[in-house]
Design a protein. Structure first.
Lengths: 199, 199
């Protein structure tokens, strides 16, 4: 598998470009911004972005779609049926997205937002803002906080220990490390506050 | 990312180390393996998928070399020199670094969570988007280092100093900082309190 993480200062967010070893078709996870550097990354590896996977429809994860779709004819996969007014292929828990010879399993992981998804391919997991290294995503209210903890326990911590997590913000981590060390998975830990996360 | 090969020993689920069909625990002749490994590392400059999980190495000079997409989980390095070495997507979690120098090294998208880092030095080092959550750092100075977007959540520090470091968007929530000293570093742009989490 070809795999390239990409960071943009706008939104301080991570994007991930993936393609199968013998494929030119690439998937782009969370295009929060589409800049020249990302275009160069795609083109220099002879890739074409044919799928966009959206972990949730917040600006820092979607704002690059408009530019991207001017360059590539890519299908958008998201929980919502529209992102930035672009129609998507809505996906739900248990669905599979195939991009070239890559298979992405879709996991619904609501809590940070109602539309939060995670995508699992091989031993890699893309969690958006649901789970980042050492932290959970922000939640707008206590119910959403409980929902995010439930999502993580049900869909993420049940994956094999060595599953590598690539979040929407911050560095990578592994399932076993989050199970052992994530300070916010403790019920007694107060939630990180946000007035706008649960959109 | 790379495909892991399972250890050839019956019933073992661990991954095979670089240039072997066995994991570190099942290599038939560790002394020969280490001798061969040192020769191979000395002879190259850029390495991808160098899996060294559980391997113990000492006295190596890996200055100026480049490591990409490698699994060093549980590995141990003693008295090694990583001056100006580049690390990208190296998973060195639950390992041990003792008396190693990282002066001028560039470490990005890498995981050193739960790693014991003792008597090491990070001068003029870029540690970008790395995960040092729950790491234990002892007698290890960071001087003129960029720790942009790196996380030390829940880390324990004894005789650790951050001198003239860039701490922009670095995280220290729940870390034991009683043995840490910060000087001439932009602590106001780091996160120390989980109530301030923005992402």
């Amino acid at each position: 598998m070809k795999f390239f993480p990409h960071y943009v200062i706008s939104g301080f967010s991570n994007m991930y470009l993936l393609a199968g070893d013998d494929s030119h078709e690439a998937a782009l996870v969370d295009p929060g911004y589409f800049d020249g550097e990302l275009l160069k990354l795609v083109e220099s590896h002879g890739l074409t972005v044919s799928a966009v996977l959206i972990t949730h429809a917040h600006d820092s994860h979607t704002a690059g779609i408009k530019t991207l779709l001017r360059i590539y004819e890519a299908k958008i996969y998201a929980f919502r049926d529209k992102v930035l007014d672009f129609p998507t292929n809505p996906v739900r828990d248990g669905d599979v997205v195939r991009v070239g010879n890559l298979r992405f399993d879709v996991l619904e992981t609501p809590g940070h937002s109602r539309d939060s998804l995670s995508f699992h391919v091989g031993n890699l997991l893309f969690t958006g803002d649901t789970l980042t290294a050492g932290l959970t995503g922000t939640a707008a209210h206590d119910q959403a906080h409980h929902l995010i903890l439930s999502s993580i326990r049900k869909s993420i911590l049940t994956l094999p220990d060595d599953t590598v997590i690539f979040p929407g913000h911050g560095p990578p981590t592994r399932v076993c490390l989050e199970r052992a060390d994530n300070i916010m998975l403790n019920e007694l830990c107060p939630r990180a506050h946000s007035s706008s996360a649960f959109l | 990312m790379t495909v892991h090969t399972s250890c050839a020993a019956g019933g073992c689920g661990r991954i095979a180390v670089w240039n072997s069909t066995y994991c570190a625990a099942h290599i038939p002749d560790m002394a020969s393996y280490l001798a061969d490994l040192k020769t191979r590392l000395a002879g190259g400059t850029s390495f991808e998928a160098v899996h060294l999980a559980g391997i113990a190495l000492d006295g190596l000079d890996l200055s100026g070399k480049e490591f990409l997409c490698s699994d060093w989980n549980g590995a141990s390095f003693t008295g090694c020199v990583f001056t100006a070495t580049k690390f990208n997507l190296v998973f060195f979690d639950r390992g041990r670094l003792t008396r190693c120098q990282f002066d001028g090294a560039k470490v990005k998208w890498s995981v050193l969570a739960e790693t014991e880092i003792t008597d090491c030095g990070f001068t003029n080092t870029d540690v970008f988007r790395c995960n040092l959550n729950a790491a234990r750092l002892v007698n290890t100075p960071f001087r003129n280092a960029t720790l942009y977007s790196t996380r030390f959540i829940g880390a324990r520090m004894k005789d650790v100093e951050f001198v003239n470091c860039n701490l922009l968007r670095s995280h220290f929530e729940m870390a034991d900082l009683s043995g840490a000293r910060f000087s001439n570093s932009n602590t106001e742009e780091a996160f120390f309190d989980r109530e301030r989490i923005e992402e």
